[in-house]
Design a protein around this ligand. Structure first.
Ligand code: SF4
Ligand code: SF4
Length: 94
C-alpha cells in the first residue's frame, strides 16, 4: 500500500471515530436533558385517560381516577399530552 493510501485510510478512520464519538455524546446529552423534564398534573385531572392513550412512550397510568406520570424520565417533550388534555391539567417543564 502506498504511503498516501495509508495516510488517507488513517485520516478516514479518525474522522469516522470522531463522528461516532460526537454522535454518542449527543445521544447522552439528549438523555440527560430528557431526565430534567418535570411533569405536573393538576388535581383538576378528571381521569379521562386521554394522556394515557396519547403519549407515544406510555409515560402515564391512571391510579385512583387520576393520571400519574409513572415514567416521566421517558418523556420526549412532544407536548401531545399537554395539547390533548381536555382539562388543561398537564404542564411539561423542561
Ligand atoms: S388527559 Fe388530562 S384530565 Fe385526562 S387523565 Fe390525563 S391529565 Fe387527567
Ligand atoms: S410530552 Fe409527549 S412524551 Fe412527554 S409525557 Fe407528554 S405525550 Fe408523553
Amino acid at each position: 500500500m502506498a504511503v498516501e493510501d495509508f495516510f488517507y485510510d488513517y485520516v478516514k478512520n479518525v474522522v469516522k471515530y470522531l463522528n461516532a464519538f460526537i454522535l454518542q455524546f449527543r445521544i447522552q446529552k439528549n438523555i440527560e436533558d430528557t431526565k430534567m423534564v418535570k411533569i405536573i398534573i393538576d388535581p383538576k385531572c378528571s381521569g379521562c385517560e386521554t394522556c394515557v392513550n396519547t403519549c407515544p412512550v406510555m409515560v402515564y397510568e391512571t391510579k385512583d381516577g387520576k393520571a400519574v406520570a409513572v415514567k416521566a424520565e421517558e418523556c420526549l417533550v412532544c407536548r401531545a399530552c399537554e395539547a390533548q388534555c381536555p382539562e388543561g391539567a398537564i404542564q411539561i417543564i423542561e
